[in-house]
Write a protein that binds this ligand. Sequence first.
Ligand SMILES: Cc1cc2nc3c(=O)[nH]c(=O)nc-3n(C[C@H](O)[C@H](O)[C@H](O)COP(=O)(O)OP(=O)(O)OC[C@H]3O[C@@H](n4cnc5c(N)ncnc54)[C@H](O)[C@@H]3O)c2cc1C
Length: 537
Amino acid sequence: MKQVVEHQSDILVIGSGAAGLTLALHLAAKHQVILISKGPLAEGSTFYAQGGIASVFDESDTIESHVDDTLIAGAGLCDKQVVTYTAENAKDAMKWLINCGVAFDKEEVNDGDESSAPYHLTREGGHSHRRILHSADATGKAVQVTLQDQALNHPNIKVLERYNAIDLITTRKLNRPGNRVLGAYVWNRDKEHVESVSAKFVALATGGSSKVYQYTSNPDIASGDGIAMAWRAGCRVANMEFNQFHPTCLYHADAKNFLLTEALRGEGAFLRRPDGSRFMPDFDERAELAPRDVVARAIDYEMKRLGSDCVYLDITHKSAEFIIKHFPTIYERCLSIGIDITKTPIPVVPAAHYTCGGVMTDLHGQTDINGLYAIGEVAYTGLHGANRLASNSLLECLVFARAASQDIESQLHKHTTYPTIPSWDESQVGNSDEEVVIAHNWHELRLFMWDYVGIVRTDKRLERALRRCLMLQQEIQEYYSNFRVSNNLLELRNLVQVAELIIRSAMERKESRGLHYNLDYPQQLENPQPTVLKPDN
Ligand SMILES: Cc1cc2nc3c(=O)[nH]c(=O)nc-3n(C[C@H](O)[C@H](O)[C@H](O)COP(=O)(O)OP(=O)(O)OC[C@H]3O[C@@H](n4cnc5c(N)ncnc54)[C@H](O)[C@@H]3O)c2cc1C
């Protein structure tokens, strides 16, 4: 057997996006932290966030208004206490980021001291006020780069890059009394072996699971690992049927995950069928300016009806000068793959964008397992309900990371020793003989999730999807039990678990609400509740 390195720390933070970095930096003032990321440190949704972060800064704006906007977007399923807590703590969270050095855009001042100028606030769909702080159109990058720089230079933070957490270690799994987390097994991708981390507290900050769908705006890491690990360890998950789809992602073999901003439609771009005809006026009187979920559903309907791979976003009726001036990044990106958007309509598909559900937590990010926290997109806190209000997700990462850090801090003194945990046992497994099984199952899973559990669902589609999912699960589990782990195998094992949770949650909801749309139940129930799934173990 290869050498196994053991680690121990006060806190193990799994994930290095906004949520994980914020938690690590808060706790590292007094405690030892191990922070792991399965890819390069910056590779997570945080880095790609464009718009910004919602917070009440303007004098004419109020916390109540932020709360109301969030509740309206959440379509009757938000937890008002959580929404209020988040909105109330937003400003402090933003001040912390600013102190860390994130440079948010400010209003232009003609003369005088620029540093005292107010922050420039934008307004996004669903917000009744200007309340989005941003750093040009690359807010996530500014947050990620600033926080990770601090983490890399912090003496109390040990960063382990290219380490996949495989599974949590808990007292229950080891047949010890109670149910407390003790650490995790992690796969060192470069050395290709498993190491164990013993920790007094563990936080999942692993992001969402949008990669379960064939088309996604998310980076490759978004494979729902944290949700699957927590579920296997015995945590409840909630609202997994609410997946937000962005209507327009570039559809091209050479372009992965490239979003085409809604501002294109805002500036007059039309959506067209492959034969060139417009279709949005048939669906909504606001046509291309209808809300995100309406546009995504219309595109999905047309693609399924026509059996076409994509539809087209056409802005060629505007002058080339206007297009290049307003959309330079999109113009350059499309040109790099041979599409001149001043002359040719752009092929687009909707893409999975945000996971509203996740591991259930309380107001401190604490899950059902003692010592285990879930923060950021991996978590279900009750903030988003049936639909996420734009720019509330980075905010959730910041607010709940701080709340979790305070909760952990208040308990750390009770834990004087590191938990003892067994090493990973791979004596029963061999080298994989048929990698094609993994590649095939990856493709199959993401395709049936897209076709049957995507933007528009029916009972029949969900049943079909569940049958396929359970079959794949069995096959993948067999593979996992017999062969050494790899990144693709680990992600696939998690994705097929998350897929089942999404399908089962969607089957439980007998109505259409927010992001969940089932043709067999177009109506809304009078007294909607979150969908909560509980593992059998
Ligand atoms: C294109 C795009 C634009 C967006 N724009 C906005 C916006 O303007 N405003 C807004 O509020 N939100 C926006 N969002 C959503 C927002 O970016 C995310 O919800 C948020 O960044 C999630 O942060 P996180 O820390 O939870 O996870 P992430 O930033 O996704 O980080 C996840 C981390 O977990 C690690 N990880 C995952 N699995 C494992 C494992 N098994 N082992 C070890 N490490 C693991 C990854 O390596 C990564 O470091 C956008 C999202 C996208 C994709």
